[in-house]
Design a protein around this ligand. Structure first.
Ligand SMILES: [Zn+2]
Length: 435
């Protein structure tokens, strides 16, 4: 860029350019265009066509109204155009093309409002990369492209964008610049194909080009968490009682069992639930809960756990004791809803005794991870315990009598006695007498 002072004479090349500009401005008076954009033989509603194009220094968009005429052809007229000087900061051509593509919808909005009609809008541009951006999700792009694509997509459907070959794009005249004598039919009446029926318009499928798409793709870190989320039989969270959950589950399991038995022509299970059915229902929920244990060989290594019948038990150090198997090797339960149900059951079994008693009752069969904290929480929130642990109300004492509060009276002015006989006197051997 050249710098000149206000009073300096312009360099020769710049002076010639300015002269050219002023000569062109004088010639502008010879350019004529129709003032009224609606042709006299127009039929029906118009269509609004917008073309966008960009070059390294300029980008712009122009809008045309296309009217179907009574002789089955079409009349196209320029209604508005807008151009911008490209930012001084170096930018890639696709990005400038995108800025032009952003100008087109803005111009469309203005034209749409000014026309006071609801014409069908067609947006045209030539770079495949921009068309590809406009037809994909804005969130997948980096900020520059994403923000602009998002603005365009918020108002116009991606299906309204079409490909126009570069040589037929009238916005080319904007970005390239035209001398006044070169302003011709294409500028005022749009590309030739617009006057043709819609079937003869250029068609090109938008294909993904790798040239710039990779550059503008956003790479986001993604965390995947894999867990075996097999569907549970029912929603255990809806139950607040361990025995009730076990019974309902046992009936569900019996129903499934009966379906299989019916298929095999066997006798159906009926009547009251057997202890085995309830135990298998409990085992079902214990297995479900133990899915949250993760790698129990690592995380619970200090409990020397082992697996028996697909249930994880605590190994412990009591193998040589005379306690029952369940007490020596309690089932390992991670903290969660099942753990809370088991603790609540234990708490009720010990008639709402304290934390230690509840925990010790639960340990007869289960080892709950972080059980003490869970028990504290349970007891603290237990409504019955809250009622039982309320301090007794103290009775309000009556006023002290005047004899006790009046001062300056000599000692023994008033005397009282709290207790009186009869007294038993002992005399002789084993003899008592009242006095
Ligand atoms: Zn309680």
């Amino acid at each position: 860029m050249k710098t000149c002072g206000w009073d300096d004479e312009l360099p020769e090349d710049v002076r010639q350019q300015w002269q050219q500009v002023f000569q062109d401005l004088e010639r502008l008076s010879g350019v004529h265009t129709t003032r009224y954009v609606k042709p006299t033989d127009a039929a029906g509603e118009p269509e609004l066509h917008l073309f966008a194009d960009a070059r390294s220094q300029v980008y712009g968009a122009c809008a045309y109204a296309r009217w179907s005429t009574s002789d089955d052809s079409a009349d196209v007229r320029l209604i508005a155009s807008k151009s911008r000087v490209a930012p001084l900061k170096q930018s890639t051509i696709p990005r400038l093309e995108l800025m032009a593509a952003l100008l087109a919808p803005r111009l469309a909005r203005t034209s749409y409002i000014e026309m006071k009609m609801k014409p069908q809008v067609f947006l045209w541009t030539d770079p495949q990369i921009v068309l590809h951006w406009l037809k994909t999700e804005s969130s997948k792009r980096k900020a520059f492209v994403g923000v602009r694509v998002s603005e365009i997509q918020s108002e116009w459907n991606p299906n309204q964008w079409f490909y126009v070959p570069t040589r037929e794009n009238p916005a080319n005249d904007l970005s390239r610049g035209l001398k006044v004598q070169d302003v011709g039919k294409r500028w005022f009446q749009g590309p030739e194909f617009l006057a043709q029926p819609r079937e003869q318009w250029p068609k090109q499928k938008v294909t993904e080009t790798s040239e710039y798409t990779e550059e503008d793709k956003v790479s986001r870190p993604c965390f995947a968490f894999k867990r075996d989320y097999s569907m549970t039989l029912m929603n255990g969270e809806r139950y607040s009682s361990w025995p009730r959950l076990a019974r309902v589950t046992a009936y569900c399991l019996r129903f499934i069992q009966n379906l299989k038995r019916r298929f095999d022509d066997q006798d159906l299970l009926d009547g009251s639930l057997s202890p085995e059915e309830i135990t298998s229902a409990e085992m079902y929920w214990i297995k479900q809960a133990q899915k949250d244990l993760g790698d129990w060989t690592e995380t619970c290594a200090d409990l020397s756990p082992f697996k028996k019948d697909n249930i994880v038990h605590v190994g412990g150090r009591l193998r040589k004791s005379a306690l029952s198997y369940d007490e020596v090797h309690p089932i390992l339960i991670p903290s969660g809803h099942v753990a809370m149900l088991i603790l609540r059951e234990a708490h009720e079994k010990v008639y709402h005794a304290g934390i230690e008693q509840t925990l010790s009752q639960s340990k007869l069969r289960f080892w709950i991870i972080r059980g003490r904290n869970a028990t504290k929480k349970l007891v603290r929130n237990c409504v019955i315990c809250m009622k039982l642990r309320q301090p007794a109300h103290a009775t309000l004492m009556a006023d002290l009598p005047p004899e006790r509060v009046n001062v300056f009276s000599p000692p023994f002015t008033t005397t009282g006695i709290d207790l009186f006989g009869p007294f038993y006197l002992k005399y002789g051997h084993n003899k008592k007498r009242k006095v």
